[in-house]
Design a protein around this ligand. Structure first.
Ligand SMILES: *Cc1c(COP(=O)(O)O)cnc(C)c1O
Length: 223
């Protein structure tokens, strides 16, 4: 068995069956993705539009591609025809553009709103207040080309487990609040995307439904 296949197997053994693994393959070559595919992975996460568009044609058609990184509005058009889920919608402007491009290609593109819960200033996303304000505005109700199906977040990059724990807890609470206020009748609003290689066991304790794991599967990335 390849190292990647072995890594995948060991990660899957740590994740409950009802949680979706997103194999984060950014910066890794198509052959490595193929090894993960052959070992059963079908959902891959990429964070750069150009890289994704170059790799996609080299790989099987039944892969579900998720966009997990910061997305510039002017690049949405390149992925709108095929992207299965956009994890990190971090501004109203981006959601508006996804709506526009979704309508252009006749799709309603599933999106997660990125919540900023980490201490680092570099992380993108809505603060809790900004998110609640955006939901209250209701503009998203008019979007036929973009569908809000949940919340995504990244915890601080720290060894302090209590802090990570508190951040995921905040995300879980915010998800519940938004679910109750806006999506009680909408079963499709159900995705909680949190947890990466170093913190997914903590994330799972806070109800994540999707974990985005790269390094544990593919090894370190070379930038
Ligand atoms: C790179 C990345 C991941 C995966 O990180 P690992 O630590 O390699 O598991 C998850 N989510 C996002 C948004 C990323 O950019």
């Amino acid at each position: 068995m390849s190292q990647i296949a072995e890594n995948l197997k060991s990660v899957l053994a740590e994740i409950p069956h009802n949680v979706q693994l997103v194999a984060v393959s950014k910066f890794h070559p198509a052959e490595h993705l193929m090894q993960a595919y052959q070992a059963g992975a079908r959902v891959f996460g990429e964070s750069r539009v150009q890289e994704l568009c170059e790799k996609k044609p080299l790989l099987p058609e039944d892969i579900e591609w998720h966009f997990i990184g910061h997305l510039q509005p002017n690049k949405v058009k390149y992925i709108a025809p095929f992207i299965s889920l956009i994890h990190a919608v971090d501004t109203p402007k981006l959601l508006k553009e996804i709506d526009k491009q979704g309508r252009r290609v006749g799709r309603r593109i599933p999106c997660l709103l990125q919540l900023h819960v980490a201490q680092e200033e570099t992380k993108f996303g809505f603060s809790i207040d900004e998110l609640l304000e955006f939901m209250e505005s209701g503009v998203w109700r008019e979007y036929d080309g973009a569908q809000i199906v949940g919340i995504m977040c990244m915890a601080s990059n720290t060894d302090d487990e209590n802090q990570i724990d508190a951040e995921f807890e905040k995300a879980a609470e915010t998800f519940c609040q938004i679910k109750n206020e806006y999506f009680q009748q909408d079963d499709e609003f159900c995705i909680r995307s949190w947890g990466m290689s170093d913190d997914f066991p903590i994330a799972l304790r806070h109800g994540s439904t999707h974990v985005r794991i790269g390094t544990r599967i593919f090894g370190p990335r070379e930038y």
